[in-house]
Design a protein around this ligand. Structure first.
Ligand code: ADP
Length: 497
C-alpha cells in the first residue's frame, strides 16, 4: 500500500491517490472476472465496494467517487453482457451509486483522521526527539520514575554515571541505584509521601549516596520534581555527581562551613588543653625555683634582698597565673555551646558519608551501610557528630590508599545502657604500632601534612555527648573506630523529628 504522507508534493500525491483508486478497482475487477463463470450477472457491484472504501480511505472524496463511477460502469457493463438491463438492474445501479457515495464519504473521514494522526504522530516524534536532545546535553543525569518507583526514563548522562544501559533499567525499581539499606527503605519513603505528602527530598534536594553497576558508591546531589499526567504521578530526579566536580571546594565549603567553624573552635580547645598540659610542668618548675631562691634569700636582711624577695614572689605568682589563664581558655573553649537534638541516625550518617566520599572517586572506595533497625534516633549535636564521622571516614579512606581492597563499612548497633554504637570499619593497613598507645592524644600523626588533632577532637566531642570512642582491629586487616551516643526511642522521639 503506498504511503501517502502529507509531505509529498501535491501532484505526486494526487497521482498516487487516483492511481490507487484505479488499481483497487482493477483488482476488484480481476477477482470478479475469476468468478465470472460462477456468478454470471449476479452481485456485479459487490466486488467494487471494498475498492471504493480503500480508494477513499487513502485519497479522500475524489478517488472514492472515481472508484464508485468506475465500479458502476463496469457493473452495468457486466449486466449488459448477460442480458438487457431490467428495472431491477437500474434500481441496483442507483443503490450502488448511493452506497458508493456513502462509503466514499466515510472513507474520506477515515482519510482525514489518518492524515491528522500521521501528522500528530510526526509532530510528537519531532518534539520527543527535541526533548531527548536537550536532556542528553544537560550535565545532570535525569531519571523519571512512577509512583511505584519503577524507572520510566533514564537519560544518557544517567547511563554514563551509573554504568547501566537504559534498556537494563527501564521498568526496574529505582532503588537498585542506591546502596543498602536506603535501597530497602525507598519504597516506604515513596509510599509515605504518597500517603501523607510529607516531603524529605521532593522539591527540597539533598546530598545522598548513589551506587553504580559495579557496586562502587559515590556522592551525588539529588533534586526531585513531581509531575502529574492525567491521574498518574511521576517523579523526575536530576542527579549531579559531586565526587569530582570543579566547584567541589566551593560546595564543600558551603556544606561544611559549620563543620569548619566547629572544628576550628574544637582544635583551639585541643591546642589550649595540650598547651596547658605541656606548659604546666615548666611553669610549676619556675614557681618552685622561685620559692627555693626566695628561701635562700630569707636569711639576708639588706634592702636589695627584700626587693629581690618581693620580685620573686611576684614572678612566682605570675607563673601560676599563666597556668590559670591557659586552663581557663581551655575550659572556655571546651564548654563551646552544643545544640543537642533528636537526630535520625541514618540521615546523619548518609550526609556525612556523602561528604567524606567527595574526592574519593579515584580511590575506588565502596561504602556499605549496616543499620540496626532497633535504634533509629540519637540525641546529638548533628554538626559535631558529623564532624567526628567525617574525620573517621576520611582517615579510613586515607588508610586504604595503598591497599587493593577498599571497603568502608559504616554500621550502627543498639547497645545495652541505651547507647547506640556507630562504627566505621576499613580494610586499610591498620594503626601504626608506634602511635597506637597515644592515638587520641593531640598532635599525634603519621601523616606528612597531618595535624594529628582529628581523633582527639573526636574524643572530646563524643565524651561531651556522654559517650566513648575506641578502636579495634578489623578481622582480615584494617581498623574499626566506634563511638557511642545516647539512643532515643521512637516514642521519645515522638514529633521531635
Ligand atoms: P591526622 O589525620 O591529621 O593524622 P588524626 O588524629 O585524625 O590526625 O589521626 C591520627 C593518626 O591516627 C593518623 O595520622 C593515622 O596514623 C592514625 N589513624 C587514624 N585513623 C586510622 C585508620 N582508620 N587506619 C589507620 N591509621 C589511622
Amino acid at each position: 500500500m503506498p504511503r501517502i504522507g502529507c509531505k509529498d508534493a501535491p501532484w505526486r500525491r494526487a497521482v498516487l491517490q487516483y492511481g490507487s483508486a484505479i488499481l483497487a478497482v482493477a483488482v476488484a475487477l480481476g477477482v470478479k472476472l475469476l468468478l465470472a463463470s460462477t456468478l454470471r450477472g449476479e452481485a456485479s457491484y459487490l466486488f467494487f465496494l471494498p475498492a471504493i472504501l480503500i480508494a477513499s480511505a487513502l485519497g479522500g472524496w475524489g478517488p472514492g467517487l472515481l472508484a464508485t463511477l468506475l465500479g458502476l460502469g463496469l457493473g452495468l457493463f457486466f449486466i449488459a453482457d448477460v442480458r438487457s438491463p431490467l428495472a431491477s438492474d437500474i434500481i441496483n445501479a442507483v443503490a450502488f451509486l448511493l452506497v458508493g457515495i456513502g462509503v466514499s464519504w466515510r472513507g474520506a473521514i477515515l482519510n482525514r483522521f489518518r492524515r491528522s494522526a500521521v501528522s500528530s504522530a510526526e509532530e510528537a516524534h519531532t518534539r520527543a526527539t527535541h526533548l531527548q536532545s536537550i536532556l542528553d546535553s544537560i550535565p545532570e543525569a535525569m531519571i523519571v520514575i512512577d509512583e511505584r518507583g519503577s524507572m520510566q526514563s533514564f537519560s544518557a548522562t544517567a547511563e554514563r554515571l551509573f554504568g547501566y544501559g537504559a534498556s537494563d533499567v527501564l521498568g526496574q525499581n529505582v532503588k537498585m541505584l542506591m546502596p543498602s539499606p536506603y535501597r530497602q527503605e525507598h519504597d516506604n519513603y515513596l509510599n509515605r509521601y504518597i500517603r501523607t505528602g510529607e516531603r524529605r527530598i521532593i522539591g527540597i534536594g539533598r546530598v545522598v549516596v548513589g551506587q553504580r553497576k559495579d557496586g562502587s558508591t559515590f556522592p551525588m546531589e539529588l533534586a526531585v520534581g513531581e509531575m502529574r499526567v492525567r491521574d498518574q504521578r511521576f517523579f523526575t530526579g536530576f542527579i549531579r555527581d559531586i565526587t569530582e566536580r570543579q566547584e567541589t571546594e566551593a560546595r564543600l565549603q558551603e556544606l561544611q562551613s559549620e563543620l569548619v567553624h566547629m572544628s576550628r573552635l574544637t582544635a583551639m580547645g585541643e591546642m589550649a588543653s595540650a598547651l596547658a598540659h605541656e606548659l604546666n610542668q615548666p611553669l610549676s618548675a619556675i614557681a618552685n625555683y622561685m620559692k627555693g631562691s626566695r628561701r635562700l634569700l630569707e636569711n639576708r636582711s639588706d634592702d636589695g634582698a627584700k626587693m629581690l624577695r618581693d620580685a620573686m614572689d611576684k614572678a612566682a605568682e605570675q607563673a601560676l597565673r599563666a597556668g590559670q589563664i591557659i586552663r581557663r581558655l581551655r575550659d572556655f573553649v571546651a564548654r563551646g555551646e552544643s545544640e543537642r537534638r533528636v537526630e535520625d541516625v541514618k540521615k546523619l550518617i548518609e550526609e556525612a558519608s556523602a561528604l567524606a566520599l567527595v574526592g574519593a572517586k579515584d580511590k575506588g572506595v565502596r561504602v556499605t551501610f549496616e543499620f540496626d533497625p532497633r535504634g533509629d534516633f540519637v540525641l546529638a549535636d548533628k554538626v559535631q557528630v558529623q564532624q567526628v564521622l567525617l574525620n573517621l571516614m576520611r582517615n579510613a579512606i586515607e588508610a586504604m590508599e595503598d591497599t587493593d581492597k577498599r571497603e568502608l563499612v559504616v554500621s550502627t548497633m543498639l547497645r545495652t545502657n541505651n547507647l547506640i554504637e556507630i562504627s566505621v570499619a576499613d580494610t586499610g593497613a591498620g594503626i601504626a604500632p608506634e602511635i597506637s598507645a597515644q592515638l587520641f592524644q593531640p598532635f599525634v600523626t603519621t601523616k606528612r601534612h597531618g595535624m594529628g588533632v582529628g581523633l582527639s577532637i573526636s574524643r572530646t566531642i563524643i565524651e561531651a555527648h556522654g559517650g566513648s570512642i575506641a578502636t579495634r582491629p578489623y578481622p582480615g586487616g584494617g581498623t574499626v573506630f566506634s563511638f557511642t551516643l545516647p539512643a532515643v526511642t521512637k516514642e521519645e522521639a515522638g514529633n521531635a523529628v
